[in-house]
Write a protein of this length. Structure first.
Length: 122
């Protein structure tokens, strides 16, 4: 799963490529390298398949649900299990909310970057 840092790096490299900076290099190689696909030692169809999958990951951000038990935590990611606790609790490996605003409306998971969606059927 691609994270926001990797997404920003890929976007920057693709924008640079759009200026013609790599006009003497095969476009598939430029795109593949920009989005983190290694091309060395692979057949072209393997590079194409990995490039298409990586582009899809860039475009289609993963989603998750907030499955928190609000008596214990402000947020719990349904995908990676990241937990953000209510102020005052501090077990190892868990983020802690320091804001007075509780509960917080979460846009994305602070660990895996998945967009938090509301789904009543979940």
């Amino acid at each position: 799963m691609i994270n926001d840092e990797e997404r920003k790096r890929a976007v920057a490299e693709l924008r640079e490529a759009s200026t013609g900076a790599y006009r003497h290099v095969d476009s598939l190689d430029v795109i593949a390298n920009s989005i983190g696909v290694e091309v060395g030692g692979k057949f072209i169809h393997e590079v194409e398949n990995e490039t298409y999958a990586a582009l899809a990951d860039l475009i289609d951000r993963p989603t998750c649900h907030n499955v928190a038990d609000y008596t214990k935590e402000s947020f719990k990611c349904s995908e990676c299990g990241c937990r953000v606790l209510v102020p005052g609790d501090r077990p190892d490996g868990v983020l802690v909310v320091t804001s007075e605003a509780f509960p917080v409306d979460w846009y994305s998971c602070p660990v895996c970057g998945a967009v938090v969606v509301e789904d009543e059927a979940y």
